[in-house]
Write a new protein. Sequence first.
Length: 144
Amino acid sequence: MRTKIPSLVLITFVIVLAGPVAAQAPLKFKTRLSWVPVDPTSAPAVTGTGSAAAELVGSRLTITASFSGLRSPAIAARLHKSYKTGVRGSPMSDLTVTKDTSGSVTGSLQLTPEQIDDLKKGKLYVQIDSEKAPDGNLWGWLLP
């Protein structure tokens, strides 16, 4: 029985150490970026497509996206929060965007526990603004 006690201690030690590693497994989110006119007058200005992916490790969210086919160069990209998936919301954080009709978006930020909950509930979205559509050209809600 003496040989089983050290084995039990070793197994317990490994389980205790592995717990935090398993808890830090990244959560992945993705979206298709598509054009959404804000009103009928903005419809001719919004074109293009894209996709975005996000990874949450702990409280750090990293976003990468690509886009193409804008009618005018991108001028800004932001992470927004809405009260419900599919509904416009307020900007949370600026993202880095290629200032062209095609390119990429990148960004990384620390989220609060409330923002993590909002992300998991589909309330966060990426928005790319362009010269001809400064209130939003491409949008996409981050979903698991």
